[in-house]
Structure formats: C-alpha cells, structure tokens
Design a protein around this ligand. Structure first.
Ligand SMILES: [Zn+2]
Length: 324
C-alpha cells in the first residue's frame, strides 16, 4: 500500500529528509550540508541516493511509497518541476529537477515546489492556520517571503513564484541593494543579513556604537546587534525599530491587497527577537509588528498574527504535504 512519503527540505545551508508513515509521523531522518559548489546533477543525484538510503532504513519498498515531495528555496516553474534560479545556491538554476529526480528514483512520483509554498500548505493543514479558509504564511529570517493560501489552496501565480513579497519595494532606489537587484525592497530593510549591512553603513559614517566591539572588529552579524540591543546600544535599537517599521508596513500592504485575516509567521528572526529584552514598548516581534500594522489599519475587523506551529520539521512536513 502506498502509505509512506518522503519529504526533502533543501535549504541554503542544510538539506533535511524525513520518511513519514501513513499517520504522517516522521519515522526516519537524514540531513547533510547543502553543497553550493555542486552542479545541479550532482546535487539532485545525492538527494536520490539519500532518498533510497532512507527508504532502506525504514524497510520501505517502491510500492509502499506515495511519492517524494521536495521543497527548494528557489523560483520554481511548478507545472514543469523546473528550478529557474536559487539565490542561496546559485548553481541550482534552469534545471528540470523533478524529471531528473524521478528518473534517478526509477519513476517514483516527485513533486517539487518553492519551500515557502510547501510550508504554507503544512501550516494551513496541520499547524497554526488550521480552520482558516485563507492565510498568508510569512517566513522572516535571513530572507523574507510569503506564501498565499486562498480558499484552502496554495496560490502559485502565473509562473509559480507568487508570494515573493519580500522584494516588494518600500523606498524606490533608496537604501542598501538586495540580492533581487533593487534598493529599498522589504528585505533590504528587514532581513537578518541586511540589518547588519545598515548597521555597518552607519558605523562607517562615524556613528558610535558598541556593536563593532561585540563583533571583535570582524563582520557584524545579527547576533552582535542582539547583544548590543540588550546592552542598550542606541544604534542596535534604531536597527530593530527600522526592521519592525518596515515589517509592519509590509504586512499592512499584504492585508489591503488580499484581505486575508490570518498571518502565520515562521523563521529565525522571531526567535532572535524573543531573546531581546523589552524596550519599554514591550512584547515580541509579532506584537511590535502588529502595533505598526494597527497604526495604519482603519478597520476594526479582526486580524490574527500567529506564530508557526510545526517547529523545526516544518520544511520536511511541508515537502511531504505536497503529495496530498
Ligand atoms: Zn529584494
């Protein structure tokens, strides 16, 4: 009986695999670093080998497998199963990943989609979005993105990359340049790596801060900003306030566009903010974003900001859910 599934979560730094049984429990796992230097053939060849290994570990035969779902941090032409480009793994571009993997696995059913789409499907069915007909899933981390569920189904758009709203432009041609090629998109103001760039620019312009000291004279990261924030550093506080402001405006723009009342947020920035001390305004990142959102929202119908519930396995579970 085809009751097992394999979920593969390809991340910029790590690729994780799960074998799920008929009750959607993860019964075997595997993970390894994502090798950015690999050719796409070698990258997906390794995935095929690991899927076979995982099946062997779980004593699962081909006939027991419903299929393999793969979430990739890429622009994906969904119908074709083709990866168009991947900013974190630049070699994964213009590659028919689904067909290649299916062939390597001897004709097993393979579904490939953008990782945020996969995670949105999982949160909608099994996580924080249960019971909502429509939702916006927003990962906020090194990158910022969204995925849109409308009427219970993922909305992929004309080419498959709906929801790339992290590149929605807030301040045209103003600010630091993002990987998308533009200045002033949401990510350029708010993503983990971009906040560090803003701070570095302020310091280069002669502003005083204890952040360089925390960075030991090396490259500034979010962790140094977090430490400085907790030490009361004014520059760190300005960086966090700037991030919250643009995240609040971004969510408001999404709300007026879609009128979807359930936002589910995942990602590392939420975790970081939880470690920060209160700033007098109180609360965590979600509450602070919601306060900015509410400042623009002139309508009192309820809007829910929720934290993702599926934890660290959301990528693997989401990839597996593509098969249902
Ligand atoms: Zn951008």
């Amino acid at each position: 009986m085809e009751q097992y599934t394999v979920g593969v979560d390809v991340g910029g730094t790590k690729t994780a695999y799960g074998l799920l049984d008929g009750g959607k429990n993860i019964v075997a796992r595997l993970s390894h670093g994502s090798d950015a230097a690999c050719s796409p053939e070698a990258f997906f060849g390794r995935i095929a080998g690991n899927v076979r290994e995982l099946m062997a570990a779980g004593h699962v035969r081909k006939g027991d497998l419903r299929g393999v779902g793969v979430g990739v941090p890429s622009f994906v032409l969904f119908e074709e199963g083709r990866i168009v480009k991947t900013s974190n793994l630049p070699n994964l571009r213009d590659f028919p990943a689904r067909a290649y993997l299916a062939e390597k696995l001897g004709g097993v059913r393979v579904i490939l989609d953008n990782d945020a789409h996969a995670a949105a499907i999982a949160e909608h069915r099994l996580g924080a979005g249960r019971g909502f007909d429509s939702l916006l899933y927003c990962p906020v981390s090194t990158g910022i993105s969204s995925a849109i569920i409308i009427g219970g189904r993922i909305f992929r758009g004309s080419y498959g990359w709906s929801g790339e709203s992290g590149h929605m432009i807030m301040t045209p041609d103003d600010g630091v340049e993002c990987g998308c090629g533009n200045r002033g998109c949401v990510m350029s103001w708010c993503s983990g790596s971009m906040i560090a760039k803003h701070v570095q620019n302020w310091i280069d312009a002669g502003e005083r801060s204890c952040i360089p000291e925390f960075a030991g004279g090396g490259e500034i990261s979010c962790l140094h900003i977090e430490r400085a924030y907790n030490a009361g550093d004014a520059l760190a506080r300005r960086a966090v306030a700037q991030m919250i402001k643009y995240l609040g405006v971004w969510t408001y723009n999404l709300y007026v566009t879609f009128n979807i009342s359930c936002f589910v947020f995942g990602g590392g920035l939420l975790k970081m903010w939880r470690n920060l001390e209160g700033d007098g305004k109180g609360g965590n990142l979600l509450e602070s974003m919601k306060a900015v959102f509410d400042g623009y929202n002139r309508n009192d119908m309820p809007v829910y900001f929720k934290e993702a519930e599926l934890g660290d396995d959301f990528g693997v579970i989401g990839a597996s859910e593509l098969l249902f």
